[in-house]
Design a protein around this ligand. Sequence first.
Ligand SMILES: C[S@@+](CC[C@H](N)C(=O)[O-])C[C@H]1O[C@@H](n2cnc3c(N)ncnc32)[C@H](O)[C@@H]1O
Length: 231
Amino acid sequence: MAGSGPPIDETAVGQRYADWFSRGLRGIGMRYVFSRRGLWVINTPYRRILAAAHIGPQDHVLDLGCGIGNILIALAERIAFARPPIGVDVSPALIDIGRGEIRKAGLDQKIELRAAPATRLPFDDASFDVVLTSHVIKHLDDEALAACFHEVARLLGPGGRFLMWEFKKSPLSAPLFISARATGLPPPFTLRSEPTLRSALTQAGFARVNRVPTGWFIAPPVPRIALLATR
Ligand SMILES: C[S@@+](CC[C@H](N)C(=O)[O-])C[C@H]1O[C@@H](n2cnc3c(N)ncnc32)[C@H](O)[C@@H]1O
């Protein structure tokens, strides 16, 4: 697979996020911006992007790298799903915080969260209609990205949709690298271009890949790429 990033330890990434979310004032800030209420800050145009997947009540939805469940909570507030959407994250600590967020939102039994890595998903073949992932694949090294995309293809039945968005590899993303070097945050990551992601999706067995217009993100104000891949 095309790409040149260094190896990334997925368990260590989850642990870094857990530390980031639990310590002092930074923890409070992070729990806010990654919550349902904070979506307007770091995921400003999420509704516009989600619209591309045409998610409806009959869809079984998986959110990969769901953090504390922000996107699934926002979806379940608007859509009465026939089957609870499922979120997975590599960090058990974030899953625990997410379950609390779901309770606070009054969505107990309406969303399920589980700790699992994006590379080994504990679900049957063709068990989902839609897989989402927001701001996660940068934390996957090349081998893990290929494994993750194969897992997503396995979980989606014919016509299943995989919607992803992430920081884009671009000179305008330099501020992110500078802030990462200065603060040690976020955990290790690698940004990829659209052709690299398209090629990885095609190799994983996706028949069609379409670019989704993202609109503007407030923070951090660096370009994103969004793609909708169909089985
Ligand atoms: C920037 S946060 C994004 C959270 C949420 N998707 C959002 O957009 O607000 C990245 C999340 O990806 C999770 N993550 C990173 N690597 C992962 C992996 N290999 N498998 C599953 N989750 C992972 C982290 O634990 C963290 O919760």
